[in-house]
Design a protein around this ligand. Structure first.
Ligand code: LLP
Length: 409
């Protein structure tokens, strides 16, 4: 979103006009920015020539966003059977999908198998059940490398307290189960957490998974997960993807030489692709002073549409789209949900807000609408995409009261 001649635009399209035409609250996805981030990862993190990216579809499953990303040769990382089926509806081939299971049911296992999608096993118990039913098949195994890193403690997925994956210490047992059922391990996987910005932990985790990989002669790929962080705050240092890509390349090239074969190196980012390209547009409808000098800016959206601030204390930049020249004041920006946690920012500097102004909550493309709910029986917002030439397209219509009520019939 840029300021051009005193107006905010996305690729030339007026943001105020988009809000007027499609109503608020509204998720807007800038495909140009998403395309740039895809390109960044492919060219920098993908320094090793045989790198394959799998988009973590949980991050944002708007059909137009997903199709845009997969059209650039990116596969899909799924974490539920429904995500697998959704990706297939969007035209992704079974061989371009991996399902990283976590407490999978027998029925989910059977249906995934029927669909021909590779399962990445997160427990020895499930691996055994699979081996008993489908001996002789190919599998991938998620290992917990005993390293974790993330933007928030709640987003760490590695280390002794994490529920994810099979501890690296249990490799021998994994190998035994696979031998018993004649399973071929074609992939090993680790994912240490979401939103890290440092280089140390992902490189240590890679060393651990490569140590495991050395002991498995049948591999086709090594998957080093996602988690690539983005700088939500203006003063945060962005992730050095150039250096990280070079280090991944050095380590993996050396590994492949020793292993005797060139394997595929996989990554499964979500946030990095889509966070920055997404904005939640909302109308400020109620301004309220409090005797201690606070100004509450009440909006027509809330924690039911973007839960990250309420759930993790996450920071999202915001801007007043309607009054970019206004004098700066500090606001407590709140939602319309009957919960005291329903804030997008406290004491947050914004160009003066007036009732009716459009506020943009930025970096909302990742873990935004996909984590939204119908709490307080409120419908979900619509989603639009804006392409490189500024063409705005409705990508998912707004829910209605009837949509929600129909579940009861
Ligand atoms: N692979 C696996 C197995 C994952 O569990 C995740 C995210 C990813 C890849 C993608 O991670 P990313 O590249 O997007 O960081 N709701 C939280 C984030 C939860 C992440 C869950 N797993 C948030 O809003 O910050």
């Amino acid at each position: 979103m840029q300021l051009e001649n005193g107006k905010y635009v996305i690729n030339g399209a007026s943001v105020e006009d988009i809000a007027k035409e499609h109503g608020t609250p509204l998720y807007v996805y800038d495909l140009k920015i998403i395309g740039e981030r895809v390109n960044d990862l492919k060219t920098k993190i993908g320094a090793y020539k045989n790198t394959k990216f799998m988009y973590a579809i949980k991050t944002n499953y708007n059909p137009d966003v997903v199709k845009f990303i997969t059209s650039k040769g990116i596969g899909i990382d799924a974490v539920s059977l429904e995500e697998v089926k959704l990706a297939m509806k969007f035209g992704v081939a079974a061989e371009d999908i991996m399902y990283t299971e976590n407490n999978m049911t027998d029925a989910e296992m059977d249906e995934t198998e029927e669909l021909g999608v590779l399962i990445n096993f997160g427990s020895i118990s499930r691996l055994k059940k699979y081996g008993q039913k489908y001996p002789g098949n190919k599998v991938s195994v998620r290992f917990n490398p005993n390293v974790g890193a993330a933007s928030h403690a709640t987003n760490i997925t590695g280390g002794p307290d994490s529920k994810f994956g099979v501890s690296y210490e249990y490799l021998d047992e994994v190998l035994k189960v696979c031998e018993e059922h004649n399973l071929t391990i074609v992939g090993v996987h680790e994912h240490i957490g979401s939103g890290w910005l440092g280089l140390e932990e992902p490189l240590v985790a890679m060393d651990v998974i490569l140590d495991i990989a050395r002991q498995i002669p049948t591999l086709e790929f090594v998957d080093c997960g996602g988690g690539f962080g983005v700088p939500y705050k203006e003063d945060q240092e962005p992730l050095d993807i150039e250096t990280l890509g070079q280090k991944f390349n050095e380590k993996f090239t050396a590994f492949c030489e020793e292993y005797g074969r060139e394997l595929t190196l996989k990554f499964e980012p979500g946030r990095f692709f889509v966070a920055e390209g997404g904005h939640l547009l909302t109308e400020v409808n109620t301004l309220k002073d409090s005797p201690n000098g606070k100004i509450f800016a009440g909006t027509d959206t809330g924690m039911h549409h973007l839960v990250r601030p309420a759930m993790y204390g996450s920071y999202h930049p915001m801007r007043n789209v309607s009054n970019p020249e206004g004098a700066t004041k500090n606001y407590d920006v709140t939602g319309n949900i009957c919960e005291s946690a329903d804030f997008f920012g406290k004491d947050f500097p914004l160009n003066e807000l007036r009732e009716g102004d459009i506020l943009s909550i930025d970096f909302a493309g990742a873990y935004g609408l996909c984590m939204a709910s119908n709490y307080q029986f409120r419908p979900l917002p619509a989603e639009v995409t804006v392409d490189e030439s500024g063409t705005v397209k409705l990508a998912r219509r707004r829910q209605t009261f009837e949509d929600l009520y129909n579940f009861y019939e």
